[in-house]
Design a protein around this ligand. Structure first.
Ligand SMILES: [Zn+2]
Length: 256
C-alpha cells in the first residue's frame, strides 16, 4: 500500500524528473501526468502533451481539461489538492506523482502540504548549468538562480523529514534497478519490472518536454554532454559559486 497519495518531485530543470516520472508512471499503482502546476503555462504557450498531441486532442488531457476548474487552468495557484485527488481517484491509482518542482515551492498550499511525499533529485550542477547555457542562458544569472533554488529545495526536503527522499540522477541512470527499488521502498510500493522499460508505455505529461536524448529507447544512460561543452572558466565559476551549497558537499567533487 502506498505511503502517500501524492508525491512531489523537486529539483532544478533538467534534473532527470521526466525520467523518474516515466519510470514511476509504469507502476500499476501510480499515475504521473507531468508538471500539473505548469498547466497554465502549457495552455498559454500551446505546448503539446508528451504523447505528441495537443492537450485538447490527447486521450487523457482532452477529458482532464474539461474537469479542471477554469480558474486553475488560468493560474496554477488556484489548483488545489481536490484537483490532484480527483485525478488520482479518477485514474484508480494509489499514488499521484507530480513533477512541477519549483512551483510546488511557490504554491501557497502545496509548499506546506504535509501529507505529500517529496523526492529531491540532485544532479551534478555542471550538467544542470550546461543544459541552461545550451538553451541560451547567461552564466552569472544561471549561477544566481541555481544557488537560490538549491537552498530552497534543500530546506523543503529537510523540513519534510521522513516524508522526504533525496536521490541522484547519476545513480538513477547508472543503476536504475537499485535506485528504483530505493524509491519504491520510500513510497511503499513493490518494484514492478515495467518501471525499467519506460519507453514501452505512452506518457501523458503536461509541460514536460522530452529531451531528444535517448527518446523512444529503454536504454537508460547518463547524459554527460557538459564534459565537452563547459569551458575552463565556466568550470571555475561553478566550483567557486556552487560547491558550498547544501546537498553538494561530499556528493559532487567539482574540482575534477
Ligand atoms: Zn497525451
Amino acid at each position: 500500500m502506498a505511503v502517500f497519495r501524492q508525491v512531489f518531485v523537486l529539483g532544478h530543470s533538467h534534473c532527470g524528473s521526466t525520467l523518474l516520472g516515466r519510470m514511476l508512471n509504469m507502476h500499476p499503482a501510480t499515475i504521473c501526468c507531468g508538471e500539473l502546476l505548469w498547466l497554465d503555462d502549457a495552455l498559454a504557450r500551446n505546448l503539446p502533451c508528451l504523447c505528441g498531441r495537443q492537450l485538447e486532442d490527447c486521450v487523457l488531457w482532452g477529458s482532464l481539461l474539461k474537469a479542471w476548474p477554469p480558474a486553475a487552468r488560468a493560474d496554477y495557484r488556484k489548483t488545489g489538492i481536490a484537483e490532484l485527488e480527483g485525478l488520482r481517484i479518477g485514474a484508480g491509482r494509489e499514488l499521484l506523482v507530480d513533477l512541477s518542482k519549483s512551483r510546488v515551492w511557490r504554491h501557497p498550499v502545496f509548499r506546506r502540504h504535509s501529507d505529500a511525499g517529496r523526492i529531491f533529485i540532485l544532479r551534478d550542477p555542471r550538467a544542470l548549468i550546461a543544459a541552461r547555457l545550451r538553451e541560451g542562458g547567461e552564466i552569472h544569472h544561471e549561477l544566481r538562480q541555481h544557488a537560490k533554488w538549491q537552498k530552497r529545495f534543500a530546506r523543503m526536503i529537510i523540513h519534510a523529514g521522513s516524508a522526504g527522499l533525496i536521490i541522484r540522477y547519476e545513480d538513477l541512470a547508472d543503476h536504475p534497478e537499485a535506485e528504483i527499488r530505493k524509491v519504491c521502498a520510500f513510497l511503499g510500493l513493490d518494484p514492478h519490472p515495467d518501471m525499467l522499460r519506460p519507453s514501452d508505455g505512452e506518457h501523458h505529461f503536461v509541460h514536460s518536454s522530452a529531451s531528444p536524448y535517448l527518446r523512444g529507447s529503454n536504454e537508460i544512460r547518463r547524459d554527460d554532454r557538459w564534459r565537452r561543452e563547459l569551458r575552463p572558466e565556466h568550470l571555475a565559476l561553478i566550483r567557486s559559486r556552487l560547491s558550498h551549497l547544501p546537498g553538494y558537499q561530499n556528493v559532487y567533487d567539482l574540482s575534477c
